[in-house]
Design a protein around this ligand. Structure first.
Ligand SMILES: Nc1ncnc2c1ncn2[C@@H]1O[C@H](COP(=O)(O)OP(=O)(O)OP(=O)(O)O)[C@@H](O)[C@H]1O
Length: 527
């Protein structure tokens, strides 16, 4: 809760209630009544001294400057009327273009805080344990990005590519389809289009998903080295001790491109005849350049890599998937599009983590290369790349999952400055399992309840939190969060709540119905 300290020197200091400590003279150590209490005598409670001490964190001096002098005894502490002081506190009016108004200040019903859109390119991170309300509030944030006030009469939508690990954002695709882009809520109507991309084998098998845009990748968009590493990584789960195999594949691929006139290496893994030719070339290759002992391992790696096509069809989907089209990123960035890459059980049934990592590597490459090109050509473009369950794609060494090639490209994206235009939004349950370099590049944090093991890590990543807020990190209730960093207009962390009514498109995911389901099952109803 915020209060206003009106000092006798005439300044007004905005402060946050950090701690309330009750005092009661009856219950202090060695109080004069302890003996009487021990004997069970009744003590009249109206004669003890009782009061509360309220500790305040001094935040800013209004309007919007640092606190110069601390308050003195006798200065008045007043309840604050936010409506009256909004501009003094935030330095902007409620209808300022370029800001989104998010959640509500803790302790207030309708007091959203402004988030500065100009700071989005400096990357964001959302933390929270399971059930803390991460996806719900990330959805609210996404909806805010769908309708950013750009001028008195115009709103725009921030282009987004969303890696949806659990299907938390599929509702947006359904919502826009249902409303046929016609009568959508005006707050999110600036969105150009929403598309959900599913794995091709699912689009073929699940009749409800037939006709959905499919995930396809074009291996030729990777460099020869990246392609070799991808193949070995998929085979071994790691590149440790695999230098000979990676180098052998690089040598073979370069030879094939330069001497045999093949422009595409992609097709070797799609077409059976081409694949046989690749294997023939490998077997006949000069043993001095690829050791004969390495060749069988490379062949096994190739064979395993082909499973990706057999099982999921993402290589042959190259011809039909928009994700391989050169102008796809132009389309999304120019038209305020939202691409949802469906990695949930529904859109990616049975797809293992390495294949998802491969798709991520491909997408990170696609985005990185395209944004580098935009920069060289002096064309400014913006996109938010939102990654749910980010620990699976940008893992720290401590995370027990095979490292991901996507991490290299995502690190490069993270380290590009704010003028690059490609912003990461990393969403995770376990921040300490995210690569430290990538996380150190995030400048705005939305922190829900986190695990005690993550507290010290979050403290370091965010550059420190006041102890009154840090103490709450493991106890925040659902929908409450701490917002800190560059997008926060104020120079100190804010605790806010996301009201249920703030969500425009409902969030059915994550809702449980344990008792009535158990009851129905015992009554013999299967569904
Ligand atoms: N601010 C909120 N107001 C009302 N309900 C909420 C709020 N936040 C979350 N919920 C509800 O709580 C449940 C869990 O929320 P959510 O799915 O966002 O959690 P989560 O942190 O993303 O968990 P997980 O990591 O397991 O996906 C959902 O049913 C959601 O609708």
């Amino acid at each position: 809760m915020l209060v206003l300290v009106a000092t006798k020197m005439g300044s007004k200091i905005l402060a946050r209630v950090a701690k309330i400590v009750p005092f009661n003279a009856y219950y202090t150590e060695d109080d004069p009544w302890s003996e009487a209490r021990r004997k069970g005598l009744h003590i009249p409670d109206n004669i003890a001294r009782k009061y509360e001490i309220c500790e305040l964190d001094l935040l800013i001096q209004l309007p919007n400057t640092e606190v110069n002098y601390p308050p003195k005894p006798g200065d008045e502490v007043l309840k604050i009327d936010l409506e009256e002081h909004y501009e003094d506190i935030f330095g902007i009016s409620r209808d300022e273009p370029g800001y989104i108004w998010f959640g509500t200040l803790f302790g207030y019903k309708k007091a959203p805080i402004p988030l500065d859109i100009e700071k989005v390119p400096m990357h964001m991170a959302v933390f929270g344990t399971t059930g803390s309300g991460k996806s719900f509030s990330t959805g609210v944030l996404i909806e805010k990005f769908m309708g950013i006030k750009a001028s008195e009469s115009r709103a725009v939508s921030f282009p987004m590519m969303i890696i949806d690990a659990n299907g938390d954002y599929l509702e947006y695709d359904k919502y826009f389809k249902k409303h046929d882009y016609g009568d959508v809520d005006p707050r999110i109507s600036p969105v150009g289009w929403v598309k959900r991309f599913v794995f091709p084998h699912i689009a073929n098998e699940n009749h409800e998903l037939m006709g959905e845009p499919v995930i396809g990748i074009d291996l030729d968009r990777l460099s020869v080295k990246e392609m070799a590493e991808t193949i070995v990584m998929y085979y071994k789960g790691s590149l440790d001790g695999a230098e000979l195999q990676v180098n052998g594949i690089v040598t073979l691929f370069e030879y094939i491109k330069e001497n045999l006139g093949y422009e595409s290496l992609h097709d070797f893994f799609v077409d059976d005849d081409s694949y046989e030719e690749l294997i023939r070339e490998l077997r006949n290759f000069d043993n001095k350049r690829i050791a004969s002992a390495t060749k069988p391992a490379i062949e096994r790696a190739f064979e395993k890599f082909r499973e990706i096509e057999y099982n999921y069809g993402i290589l042959s989907a190259k011809s039909e998937s928009e994700l391989t089209r050169d102008d796809f990123i132009d389309d999304i960035t120019e038209n305020g599009g939202i691409a949802i890459i469906d990695f949930s059980e529904e859109g990616a049934t049975g797809v293992d983590i390495q294949v998802k990592q491969l798709v991520m590597t491909y997408l990170a490459n696609l985005l990185f290369n395209k944004f580098s090109k935009y920069k060289i050509e002096n064309r400014t473009r913006y996109l938010i790349f939102l990654i749910e369950e980010a620990q699976n794609f940008i893992p720290d060494r401590s995370y027990p999952i095979s490292s991901s090639l996507a991490k290299n490209k995502l690190s490069l994206i993270a380290t590009q400055g704010r003028k690059f235009g490609l912003s990461l939004c990393i969403v995770t349950q376990r921040p300490s399992f995210i690569d430290k370099i990538v996380l150190s590049m995030c400048n705005t944090f939305f922190i829900h309840r986190i695990s005690p093991d993550d507290v010290s890590y979050v403290r370091t990543a965010t550059g420190g939190l006041p102890s009154s807020l840090e103490n709450r990190l493991t106890r925040l209730t659902q929908g409450h969060m701490i917002v800190t960093g560059q997008m926060n207009k104020l120079p100190f962390p804010m605790m806010i709540k996301i009201p249920k009514s703030d969500r425009i498109v409902p969030h059915p995911m994550g809702t449980t119905d344990v008792v009535s389901t158990l009851k129905r099952l015992r009554e013999g109803f299967e569904y």
